[in-house]
Structure formats: C-alpha cells, structure tokens
Design a protein around this ligand. Structure first.
Ligand code: ADP
Ligand code: MG
Length: 233
C-alpha cells in the first residue's frame, strides 16, 4: 500500500485528482447523452437504453459517494466500539448478494467483544468494501470467512475468500486510487479503506494466491491502549 507523502505540492495533487475524477465521469456522461439522443426519436422509449442510462447514473452516484467519503475522514467522532457488532451489520448488509451467488458468509471470533476506538461509520465502510470485493472475486458456491481475534494489545480482523486471488501485477497496484480491474469498478474501495485504517492507527496486509483466494488482515490497537501508544512498536 502506498506510503503517505506529507508536504507534497497539494495544488498539483488536487489538479491531478480533479482530472482523474472528471475522466471517470466523462465517459458515463457521454454515453447517457448518446442514449438520450437515440431515445428522442422514439415515441416509446427503448427499455434497454433506459436500463443503460440508469446503470451509468448508478455508477456516477457510487463514485460520488466514494469520493465524498474521503472528505469525511476525521477522528472527531471516535468512541469505543465493538468490531464484532460492525462485522455482523456489514455481513447482514451483504447477505442477499452472497445468497444470490450461493456464497457462504461466516463469522467467527475468539471473544464476546473486540473493542477498539474509532468511528463505526468509517469502520463499517472498511468492512463493506472488503466484503464486497470478496464476494465479487468469489465464484458461485464459494466461501467467505470473517475471523476476529483478540491479540492482547491488538484486535485482528481477517477476511478470507475462496475467490480468484490477486495476480502479482494487480497486487503491486493495490490501494492506488482509481486502480480497478472491473469494468464498472471505481477503484476507490481499497484506497478509502486504507485511509480509514490509517486514521485508526491500524495496519492492513494482504496475502493471495491465484485461484485459491485472498486474505486481508487488519490489526487495530485495542480500545484500552493509551492514546499515542503504538502497539505495533
Ligand atoms: P473496485 O472494487 O472498484 O475495483 P477496489 O479498490 O475495491 O476497487 O479494488 C481494487 C482492485 O483490487 C479490484 O478491481 C480487484 O482487481 C482487486 N481486489 C480487491 N479485493 C480483491 C479480492 N478479495 N480478490 C481478488 N481481487 C481483489
Ligand atoms: Mg471494491
């Protein structure tokens, strides 16, 4: 994952980011415009065109939400929370999507609670991003296991899928904003997750073998760790 560069030329970075975002929005806009023009000559709008227009709008809506969530990263609303509860909520959110592919979603934990300090909204977004990626990478009848472990000063989350795995050339780009291998991906899920984990003084690592699956491992300081102390030291 990319190391944060502090003290960079922020204006240049902003310009680059704006250019990238506009690039991602220009293509769907062009295709919406094209289909609307085609439909202008129809008395009954073609349902396939309407569906394509609606898909493009959904994509732009997702992109907008992803980008806005970057702006919302601050630690003013941190409190003690239970990772187990967040994991359950996130798994529940994806139960329909997983059922549709007959994927088993499992949760196991070695303690009743796994408390860390943070923002439940942000951490849920991390879980959502990782579980969504796992489901997208896993073929029918696969399995995704979320494991919570209490390791003294750290709380560990493992998200393991039986999916396609991540090839070397993709691994090297993981976490780079806008990097995606999906036709309709935003390439922002991991980049946002990485920022959120950093804001929580956590760590994220990934292990993957092609055709066997992928494991994302997150470690967060336990809630009882004093502010400023580094459990990874
Ligand atoms: P997106 O999902 O929009 O493509 P992400 O930042 O969430 O963006 O992921 C970036 C890329 O990382 C994906 O396009 C995919 O190639 C790869 N990836 C992430 N998670 C997994 C996974 N669990 N299994 C296989 N590939 C993955
Ligand atoms: Mg994703």
């Amino acid at each position: 994952f990319p190391k944060g560069k502090k003290g960079n030329n922020h204006l240049a970075m902003l310009g680059q980011l704006a250019a990238q975002i506009l690039h991602e929005v220009r293509n769907p806009l062009a295709s919406i415009k094209g289909f609307i023009q085609l439909m202008e000559h129809q008395t009954v709008p073609n349902q396939d065109y309407l569906k394509l227009v609606s898909d493009e709008i959904n994509y732009m809506e997702g992109l907008t939400n992803d980008i806005l969530s970057f702006a919302r990263l601050d630690n003013s609303s941190f409190s003690t929370l239970d990772l187990q509860k967040i994991a359950q909520e996130s798994l529940f959110l994806f139960s329909n999507l997983a059922d549709g592919k007959r994927i088993k979603l499992e949760l196991s934990s070695d303690k009743a609670t796994h408390e860390v300090k943070g923002s439940s909204v942000q951490l849920k977004q991390v879980f959502n991003n990782l579980i969504k990626n796992a489901i997208e990478a896993t073929p029918e009848k696969g399995r995704i296991t979320l494991t919570l472990r209490s390791l003294g000063n750290m709380q560990q989350v493992r998200i393991k899928d039986s999916g396609t795995g991540i090839p070397e050339n993709v691994l090297a780009n993981l976490g780079r904003p806008f990097f995606t291998t999906k036709s309709r991906g935003t390439g922002l899920g991991l980049a946002i997750s990485y920022q959120i984990i950093q804001a929580h003084h956590g760590r994220m690592t990934v292990q993957s073998s092609p055709n066997q699956g992928t494991v994302f491992t997150l470690n967060f300081p336990s809630a009882w760790i004093e502010k400023g102390a580094d459990p990874f030291f």
